[in-house]
Design a protein around this ligand. Structure first.
Ligand SMILES: Nc1ncnc2c1ncn2[C@@H]1O[C@H](COP(=O)(O)OP(=O)(O)OP(=O)(O)O)[C@@H](O)[C@H]1O
Ligand SMILES: [Mg+2]
Length: 251
């Protein structure tokens, strides 16, 4: 589903991703944990091409969407292929980035009509169905300023889902929320996990990660230090650094 081969990324002299290798299978749920500055966000942003990579290859369902620009040993990247590959992914960020002048319903409709070429009627039906799924039917006509942070984040998730992604990427979806609003957002992600949506989730919610993930990646200094099933990483990690990190975050 996702193939990341030898991906490296620098910001000036700083190596932020250092030869990252990762394969994600269909229906697999991966959580990425690790200290601030480890490169977690950059990894997700590189997968969805919000950052260009300096080296390596990214493929989505066999479609090559990124590689080093000056590679002569690879086929050049085709724009249509990139567009097709990117359309298979949805991403949700810490900040919700909703359009403030549009209602909740309009926020979930807009990209459908522009990118997917759906009619207003089709887009509205789809938006209503998904808003119902994330429990926001009663907020359809509210504006973002009129709803809570947890509700805003559920709208952001609904907006991504309305594009029918095969893969969802979440970058700390609950970090900007008051503690009492975190649960409702995690609940929506959990429901997606039960439907076996393929997901990569950067999170500091360790219990949540442990509960829903098939695999945990621990990143530090631009590298995947260790990866494995939750019970292994949380109970018996090989790398002592993970133990220190977990002790610190859980205390
Ligand atoms: N646009 C940028 N320009 C320069 N440096 C950047 C840029 N974006 C990120 N960095 C640096 O790259 C490193 C990795 O950042 P990244 O945001 O991927 O870390 P992270 O693991 O997501 O951290 P956090 O848990 O704090 O969100 C950091 O040292 C950061 O300062
Ligand atoms: Mg980050």
């Amino acid at each position: 589903m996702i193939e990341i081969k030898d991906v490296s990324k620098n910001f000036g002299p700083l190596k932020v991703l250092d030869k990252i290798n990762l394969q994600v299978d269909r229906g697999e749920i991966i959580s990425i944990i690790g200290p601030s500055g480890a490169g977690k966000s950059t990894l997700l942003r590189s997968v969805i091409q919000l950052e260009s990579i300096d080296d390596g290859i990214v493929e989505i369902e066999g479609l090559r969407i990124a590689c080093r620009k000056d590679r002569d040993d690879d086929e050049p990247i085709d724009k249509t292929t990139v567009r097709e590959g990117l359309a298979k992914m949805g991403m949700v960020f810490q900040g919700f980035n909703l359009f403030p002048h549009m209602t909740v319903l309009e926020n979930v409709m807009i990209a459908q009509t522009i990118v997917k070429d759906r009619s207003q009627k089709e887009a509205q039906e789809k938006a209503k169905a998904i808003l119902n799924k994330v429990g926001l039917t009663d907020k359809e006509n509210s504006y973002p300023s009129q709803i809570s942070g947890g509700q805003k984040q559920r709208v952001a998730i609904a907006r991504a889902l309305a594009m029918d992604p095969d893969i969802m990427l979440f970058d700390e979806p609950t970090s900007a929320l008051d503690p009492e609003l975190i649960g409702e957002v995690l609940g929506v992600i959990k429901a997606l996990a039960q439907e076996r949506m393929t997901m990569m989730i950067v999170t500091h919610e360790m219990n949540f990660a442990r509960e829903i993930s098939d695999r945990i990646l621990f990143m530090e200094d631009g590298r995947i230090v260790e990866s494995g099933p939750p019970d292994k990483i949380f109970v018996n990690p090989e790398h002592p650094r993970i133990r220190t990190f977990l002790d610190k975050i859980l205390s």
